[in-house]
Ligand binder design. Structure first.
Ligand SMILES: Cc1cc2nc3c(=O)[nH]c(=O)nc-3n(C[C@H](O)[C@H](O)[C@H](O)COP(=O)(O)OP(=O)(O)OC[C@H]3O[C@@H](n4cnc5c(N)ncnc54)[C@H](O)[C@@H]3O)c2cc1C
Length: 445
């Protein structure tokens, strides 16, 4: 590879993880090219087919907010100026947990905005850097091996909507951030690498979402979350987003899939564990039809366990690990991975960065651990969940977590720790500390 090509990095996918990874890489690479199969509408916050999940509630937990601001100082102020809302949870919400309502307890905060606004704001900030190019309407079709086959030396790609031939872009580092539908394992297989294992827990959770005009008087709360539980696995969320709107998502598991038909929408909302959500919607004006999303399994493809790993290659974001979205962790994990990349490449030359790809893959793969533990631990409570069943220890942990949750509903000490974990600010083991265990042990589940 020429010295010129070694100074190039290619990122596949301009979603949240791709944009943030590109931003981190631009500190050490002469040129970063982000290849995105979709077209963009001039920096506007608009829906695009490559990110179908963007029409559903997307919250960024406080750890992600901090990571985003550390990577791109001032970006949260930009988002708020554009209409994003920071919400103290549960203080500024009505939140019915799988046990009871959270009442008078402190927690953490999250940023609520449409996923489109979040992405377009990041895109604008990142495209400002002269060394980053976003190549829209191009689809990556595979990887290019280096001559010695021990490295990835670039990608094959084609322009969409034209008859142009595929061509090659050489790079010292290729980062795949192509999301849930990524073909990374196939691409590696074609280069002679073993197929990595994928752990999977599927709670068969479905989303159905639509926009409403945000009413002038909001009844003393900014957002509402009525969660389901194993007795009634149906829930709903209302969050404020830019443009004076609410984004409302109904959630159901297994046979409780939420409808998209107008006539059934409010009926489903009325069937939750509380009437409060449907009452809030009764007089609100819908601004759109509902759309569904069903591919919500937790899946972790363990690239970090590969015995052989090519130099110059990294996988991040949903392409590496995707979560049941109901816990709201994917974008926070993507932000943490971008911070890890920034640390890992700091003070290193591109050739050295490419040589350390395996260590970097292991480092970014640590970021999903806590979110994975939370999502799969909770999902495996539901009998319809496909995946490994909890053993005796797992059941004891679930029982303990039920007590913690029940205590968190009304006990400020437990609530603070519970939300520190849920927002990924502290490790889940925090909840095993004696002062939490003592308070939780007094609760009935
Ligand atoms: C219904 C739903 C709700 C969610 N809610 C939340 C939430 O509340 N909070 C939260 O933190 N996370 C949430 N998530 C997760 C979140 O969407 C992702 O974790 C996050 O966006 C990171 O994704 P990504 O950038 O890795 O992939 P994506 O956002 O999927 O982006 C991948 C990009 O790669 C492009 N691409 C794919 N293949 C190619 C190719 N071959 N060539 C070129 N480009 C390609 C796609 O067009 C797309 O732009 C939710 C997910 C779902 C499904």
């Amino acid at each position: 590879m020429t010295a010129d090509a070694m100074g190039n990095a290619v990122v596949v996918g301009a979603g949240v993880s791709g944009l943030l990874a590109a931003h981190a890489l631009a500190r050490r690479f002469d040129r970063v090219t982000v290849i995105e199969r979709d077209e963009f509408t001039d920096g506007e916050a608009a829906f695009r087919a490559g990110v179908p999940q963007s029409r559903h509630v997307h919250v960024l937990w406080s750890r992600g907010v901090a990571a985003l601001n550390a990577l791109l100082p001032g970006v949260v102020t930009d988002l708020e100026a554009a209409g994003a809302v920071v919400i103290e949870a549960p203080e500024q919400m009505r939140w019915l947990s799988p046990a009871q309502w959270f009442t008078g307890v402190p927690g953490s905060h999250y940023l609520s905005a449409s996923r489109e606004l979040l992405e377009s704001t990041l895109r604008r900030r990142i495209a400002d850097r002269s060394t980053i190019t976003i190549m829209a309407r191009h689809e990556v079709t595979g990887l290019v091996p280096a001559r010695d086959a021990g490295a990835v030396a670039g990608v094959r790609l084609r322009e969409r909507g034209t008859d142009e031939e595929e061509f090659t872009l050489h790079a010292g580092l290729v980062v795949v951030a192509a999301g849930r539908s990524s073909r990374t394992a196939d691409w590696l297989h074609r280069l002679g690498y073993a197929t990595p294992t994928t752990d999977r827990f599927d709670a068969h959770l479905g989303y159905s979402s639509r926009y409403y005009r945000r009413p002038a008087a909001e009844g003393g709360w900014k957002a509402m979350y009525v969660q389901g539980n194993p007795d009634l696995p149906r829930g709903g969320v209302i969050v404020p987003i830019e443009g004076g709107r609410w984004l409302v998502t109904l959630i159901g598991q297994g046979e409780h899939q939420p409808p998209i038909e107008e006539k059934d929408w409010l009926a489903f909302a009325s069937s939750l564990r509380s009437d409060e959500l449907s009452e809030a919607l009764t007089d609100a004006e819908p601004l759109s039809d509902a759309v569904a999303f069903r591919a919500t399994a937790n899946e972790w493809t363990h690239f970090e366990r590969a015995k052989r790993w090519p130099r110059g290659f990294l996988v991040v974001g949903d392409a590496l690990c995707r979560f049941n979205p109901v816990y709201g962790h994917g974008m926070t994990v993507a932000s943490l991975q971008a911070q890890v990349i920034a640390d890992q490449i700091s003070a290193r030359e591109p050739v050295e960065i490419a040589a350390r790809a395996r260590e970097m893959q292991k480092a970014v793969a640590k970021c999903p651990q806590a979110a994975w533990m939370i999502a799969t631990g909770e999902d495996s409570r539901y009998p319809g969940t496909d995946g490994p069943k909890p053993g005796r220890l797992g059941k004891m942990q679930q029982d303990y977590m039920s007590r913690v949750l029940s205590a968190a509903n009304t006990d400020p000490v437990v609530s603070e720790a519970f939300f520190a974990v849920l927002s990924l600010n502290r490790r889940p083991e925090t909840l095993l500390k004696p002062r939490i265990a003592l308070r939780a042990s007094r609760r009935r589940t």
